[in-house]
Design a protein around this ligand. Structure first.
Ligand code: NDP
Ligand code: 8X3
Length: 252
């Protein structure tokens, strides 16, 4: 559709799958993440199959200067951003609040909340000026419910939910859509990151049931982005058929 789509955290999982879906849809991509090598590979893979333009950049959403330098210095052809997918995010650890690692807490808050805010603050003024745009925030079932030992991660995703609602109000007069896409369990690098490289522990999260895959969430994101101008999905909760809420699974 020849739109300009920014995706944060595009180097794996939901962000990568979303980039591929948008490219297939004919959209041009600005792909951001810290692992530039992975972004370059994804770019190459996409360009083998799609005639779109792709800009990749090594960017840590926690770094306020890096974020503003990047967006303030975009070449003219990349400036008219149509869609921002605030996807970069992570969970670190799974511990009771009285044993939590404070460094982990800071990284989650800085990435999932402050990173989303920095990128949004950098991109939104252009959308307001153009009177069009769409912000799609990656929430979570963890933004609706809390579960044992998920304390700070759940708090950050509750914040994403609140920010989606608040953004929608502030952007209402400016014709800008805001959608909150909230998945249940998705089999990506998410649990490997949460358990700091312990792949065995990460795999156990997805055993006994069919979890979502990144492509399923990407489908929901693309659907939300392709609706007519006058239609917005404010909020979408998508999960495996074998998951009912944050903690109840029908495992075989
Ligand atoms: P992945 O770990 O596969 O992907 C996370 C992405 O975020 C990576 O591309 C990573 O890139 C990027 N990222 C992390 N920290 C930063 C940072 N500081 N700056 C820039 N990019 C960063 O996990 P998912 O694809 O599953 O997660 C994507 C989003 O979906 C997250 O917001 C997550 O909370 C949310 N989510 C995930 C669910 C799940 O069960 N998997 C369920 C519900 C929501 P890099 O390391 O290269 O910087
Ligand atoms: C990721 C899903 O349930 O592990 O947001 O928190 S969960």
């Amino acid at each position: 559709m020849n739109r300009i789509v920014v995706i944060t955290g595009a180097s794996s999982g939901i962000g990568e799958a979303t980039a591929k879906k948008f490219a297939k849809n004919g959209d041009n991509l600005i792909l951001l993440a810290r692992r530039i090598d992975k972004l370059e590979l994804i770019k190459r893979e996409i360009l083998e199959k799609n005639h779109v333009n792709i800009l990749v950049e090594k960017l840590d959403v926690r770094n306020r200067n890096e974020v503003f330098n990047f967006f303030n210095n975009l070449k003219e052809e990349w400036q008219n951003i149509d869609i921002l997918v605030n996807n970069a995010g992570l969970a670190l650890g799974l511990s009771p609040i009285y044993e939590g690692d404070i460094d982990d807490w800071e990284i989650m808050v800085q990435t999932n909340i402050m990173g989303l805010l920095y990128v949004s603050r950098a991109v939104l003024p252009g959308m307001v000026q153009r009177k069009r745009g769409h912000v799609i925030n990656l929430g979570s079932i963890a933004g609706r419910e809390v579960y044992a030992n998920g304390n700070v991660y759940c708090a950050t995703k509750h914040a994403v939910h609140a920010l989606s609602e608040a953004m929608r109000i502030d952007l209402l007069p400016h014709n800008i859509k805001v959608s909150n896409v909230a998945p249940g369990a998705v089999n990506t690098e998410f649990s490997t990151v949460r358990f700091k490289g312990d792949k065995h522990r990460a795999e156990q999260v997805y055993v006994g049931y069919n979890p979502l895959y990144a492509e399923d969430v990407a489908d929901a994101i693309l659907y939300v982005s392709n609706l007519p101008d006058y239609v917005n999905v404010n909020d979408i909760l998508v999960m495996s058929t074998q998951q009912a809420n944050a903690t109840m699974f029908n495992k075989k």
